[in-house]
Design a protein around this ligand. Structure first.
Ligand SMILES: *Cc1c(COP(=O)(O)O)cnc(C)c1O
Length: 761
């Protein structure tokens, strides 16, 4: 067979060494000794008693699975309510198949998998925004750096929601239809006792009458495979939408962050947290550390405490346990928990009325929560953030400024709160065009393995590099502009054929007046629409904004995207306000300013935007944006940020070398954490934006070479720091893992790139 005869090995970029194909990647370097051989596509098929999977050779699969199930408990369970890792923007297995031209297999089962990889759906809508995308990026870096990690989340059959936008009503929410069965990289685990049947795990629950009941879940595995297909991180997604689960459990598992009722919300959290131990036990996996990515899954802590009490006090512990016993058990359990808090904003912290929670859990649990989830400010509620804060071995914030704010919010544990500044997965977010340039730049050899090379980059011909970077940028801008122009024209027809009124004013103008042009200064803004993010800040004074443009005859495109949580009415009104501003801005600026809203923000749109714009705008109320990651994605592409001094930008801003700052920077005060409209500082922050904007536009249009220096500076100063390889390496310190010497050395190198906690700032 053709496939069986093809022989090749590959490294970083899958270097071909077969005699027929030697030339395809001959310019690539064999960069390290991690070379593994893949002789045929069948070799990417792997199996164990839970089923047959695809993506890494059997030997890799066995080695990793063995590490994850070792009695030494030398691995980590990463728990997250959401994981964003859409295969349409990063997928080493699919890239490999495409590069090698693998489309056929004589084995029907493998052919089926190949078809999914090559033609299957590209979205796994199990995320709502930053938290999920961060989780996905983190897991990819764990895979790339060979850290033994499993991830646990839920599978949402209706995703988060799909966003339609109508200019009169604003956002319209729809269920997302997707099929896990048809999605590549997702595999349903099989029951080893009953081959061919799905594995079903049992999660003990209590119903509202305080009676024990059981929830059931099927388990899906998604593999986050390393760039070199020589390691993987399995993500286990619990699917509770199955006939054997009670209807209220099924319903609570359908949609991410379903908040139609408090009880629905509480149950969804429990389905994550309480499913962890049954899952790892069913699979024989032995994580010694649980990393809570936000507190959503914190009920696992409750279960660990219950188990510890049973172990020390015996079967009758429920009737004999005293408060001291609970506190002692909590101290033991804490040694196994690492917790990352992601926001100072209240809506991000789960609180449940005690009366509600006691209705759905056992009395023993209340006794524990009464000690550990109390909140002095709100005695009638259980505060799950407070619970996570109290029982752990390490608490991490997601930037230095966020650490300082979190310490103020939780003074009792202030000393314990340390910063590990977020990052993004550089291989996911650097555009193809830029990646091609980096691949062929010899001073950047190994950039895929080591984002630190940008810090040491000594270009022999900087001018030439800049020119090519500029060209790549222009191309990415062109791609974005074409995407938008196509969208506008589709919306124009949609206006005739559906009841949806297109979200963009430009769709109402004749096509010749309403096309974006490449090369026009393009500002990008995309994030969740929460009021504190102030998407509408720069439109606070449209006449002032228009005046800057008209006076200088500067053209500008503003590209906006993002979703508001279906229950967030104020967030939805900000989105609507953006739409309402389009016409006035266009008219007042004589058409120089075009403001576009792109519906359905997802990772693909994000990647197109962060690489296709000329600056990335971030205008939250300081200090409410704990970190922010979309700005880092822009920086990965050399795109300068234009941002309030909040979150990561406090660390990524280097006196104007990497971008600009604006807005209030004074000391934090009593109003700082408030989201009340009167405290959002619109007037003063927007004024400082209008003062800054002319400098930015002048630099872009008049001194493009200097503008390119900003791009270079971002590559040198920010890529080495704000990537998830470095971030994962900082987390490894908190995990207490025993790693092979080679992995350890690599982790050290990444740790040396930056210490989030060092307070030289
Ligand atoms: C990166 C990303 C986010 C998070 O961006 P922030 O700047 O942290 O708000 C949200 N949604 C998508 C689709 C993303 O790619």
């Amino acid at each position: 067979m053709l496939i069986a005869e093809q022989k090749h090995s590959f490294s970083n970029k899958h270097l071909l060494t077969s005699k027929n194909n030697v030339t395809r990647h001959s310019e690539q370097n064999v960069s390290n000794n991690k070379l593994i051989n893949i002789n045929s596509v069948e070799e990417l098929s792997c199996s164990n008693k839970f089923g047959t999977f695809f993506g890494v050779p059997q030997s890799v699969f066995d080695r990793v699975w063995q590490e994850l199930s070792s009695p030494k408990k030398n691995s980590v369970a990463y728990v997250s309510m959401e994981i964003g890792a859409d295969p349409d923007i990063f997928h080493p297995v699919q890239d490999f198949l495409q590069e090698e031209g693998f489309t056929q297999s004589p084995e029907p089962a493998i052919q089926q998998v190949l078809d999914k990889y090559l033609h299957g759906p590209r979205k796994i809508p199990n995320y709502s925004g930053g938290l999920g995308v961060l989780a996905g990026d983190t897991l990819k870096s764990f895979a790339d750096t060979h850290i033994p990690v499993i991830a646990i989340s839920l599978l949402y059959r209706e995703g988060y929601f799909s966003q339609l936008v109508d200019s009169r009503v604003g956002q319209i929410d729809q269920a997302t239809n997707w099929s896990p069965e048809a999605t590549p990289t997702l595999f349903q685990l099989q029951d080893p006792e009953d081959p061919g049947q799905p594995l079903e795990i049992t999660v003990p629950f209590f119903n509202e009458y305080d009676h024990p009941t059981e929830a059931k879940a099927h388990v899906w595995m998604k593999m986050e495979v390393s760039e070199e297909l020589d390691y993987f991180v399995p993500e286990f997604l619990l699917d509770y939408f199955i006939p054997s689960s009670p209807p209220w459990v099924r319903e609570a598992g359908l949609r991410l962050y379903n908040a139609t009722s408090a009880i629905m919300k509480a149950n969804q959290r429990r389905m994550l947290g309480s499913g962890i131990l049954p899952l790892t036990e069913a699979l024989g996996l032995t994580p010694g550390t649980i990393h809570l990515n936000e507190q959503h899954g914190v009920t696992v802590t409750l279960h660990l405490i219950l188990r510890h009490l049973e172990k020390t006090l015996g079967k009758e512990y429920r009737s004999t346990m005293r408060d001291e016993d609970i506190m002692a058990a909590a101290r033991e359990v804490a040694e196994h928990i690492v917790y990352t808090i992601h926001t100072p904003v209240k809506a991000g912290h789960d609180r449940f009325a005690r009366s509600l929670y006691t209705g759905i859990s056992h009395e023993t649990c209340h006794q524990i929560l009464n000690l550990l989830a109390i909140d002095a400010d709100s005695p009638h509620e259980y505060n799950f953030t407070a619970f996570a804060m109290r029982v752990n071995r390490a608490i991490n914030s997601v930037s230095r400024l966020h650490r300082d704010v979190t310490r103020k919010q939780f003074p009792d544990v202030a000393d314990k709160i340390k910063a590990i500044t977020n990052g993004v997965h550089h291989l996911t977010w650097i555009s193809e065009t830029r990646a091609e340039l980096f691949d062929k730049t010899k001073e950047l050899k190994d950039w895929r393995d080591d984002p630190g090379v940008f810090a040491r980059m000594q270009l022999s011909d900087e001018q030439n590099f800049c020119k090519q970077l500029q060209q790549a940028w222009y191309q990415d801008n062109q791609v974005l502009v074409e995407y938008i122009n196509t969208m506008l024209s589709e919306h124009r027809t949609q206006m005739d054929t559906t009841w949806i009124d297109p979200p963009n004013y430009l769709s109402r103008l004749p096509p010749e007046d309403s096309c974006l042009q490449p090369g026009v200064f393009t500002v990008g803004f995309a994030r969740r629409f929460s009021t504190y993010k102030r998407a509408d800040l720069i439109f606070d004074d449209i006449p002032a904004l228009a005046d800057i443009l008209v006076r200088n005859n500067w053209q500008i495109n503003f590209i906006f995207a993002g979703k508001a949580h279906p229950q967030d009415e104020p967030g939805k009104s900000v989105l609507k306000l953006i739409l309402d501003n389009q016409k006035e801005l266009y008219k007042r600026s004589n058409g120089l300013a075009q403001l576009i809203f792109v519906p359905g923000y997802d990772m693909r749109i994000a990647k197109m935007m962060v690489s296709g714009v000329h600056t990335w705008l971030n205008s939250p109320k300081r200090p409410l944006e704990a970190s922010g990651t979309s700005g880092m994605k822009a920086a990965m592409n050399g795109v300068p940020n234009l941002s309030v001094m909040d979150g990561w930008w406090v660390e990524g801003y280097h006196d104007g070398a990497t971008g600009w700052k604006f807005g209030y920077e004074g000391p934090l005060n009593a109003d700082s954490l408030s989201e009340h409209p009167d405290t959002l500082l619109y007037a003063e922050d927007s004024q400082s934006f209008y003062q800054l904007l002319p400098q930015v536009l002048e630099l872009f249009y008049e001194r493009p070479d200097e503008y390119m220096q900003l791009a270079l500076n971002n590559l040198r100063l920010n890529v080495p720091i704000f990537n998830t390889h470095r971030m994962a390496a900082e987390y490894v310190r908190k995990y207490d893992l025993e790693l092979p010497a080679q992995t350890e050395a690599r982790i050290k190198d990444f740790q040396n790139l930056y210490q989030s906690e060092s307070s030289d700032s």
